[in-house]
Design a protein. Structure first.
Length: 132
């Protein structure tokens, strides 16, 4: 099956040698999006987490995810699976509350492993979505 690497001017920049998103058929696979503002003016090699703690990072990670999904022709309403990488189980309750805010009805399937993330990040989210 042919696949296409997604590019777009509004997408966050990758922090390493990988594609932010790849489309295969009607599915788009989005790499982990951190709570870092990776806009055009930031340097991915030195960018750090947005200030404000877990909730601020979560919201930035979702802004990054939304930008990548839009560039791929999809959106949050078409997400079928996420993996929310958390660094602290203590953030689980906040993660559930925020997840319900972004996916208020018929939420996608989700896994939430507890991991160690680079640069002191508290969250990273990857997703699989349908491209309508």
């Amino acid at each position: 099956m042919h696949h296409e690497v997604i590019h777009g001017p509004s997408m966050p920049q990758p922090m390493g040698h990988y594609s932010q998103a790849v489309r295969a058929g009607d599915l788009v696979f989005v790499a982990g999006q951190p709570g870092i503002d990776l806009g055009a003016s930031s340097d991915p090699a030195t960018a750090a987490a947005v200030p404000g703690g877990f909730e601020a990072e979560w919201r930035q990670a979702f802004r990054n995810l939304e930008a990548v999904l839009r560039a791929a022709g999809s959106g949050l309403e078409h997400v079928v699976k996420t993996t929310t990488f958390l660094t602290d189980l203590e953030n689980g309750e906040a993660a559930n509350r925020l997840y319900a805010e972004y996916f208020p009805t018929n939420p996608p399937a989700r896994s939430s492993p507890i991991v160690k993330l680079p640069r002191g990040l508290l969250i990273s989210i990857e997703a699989i979505a349908v491209v309508p």
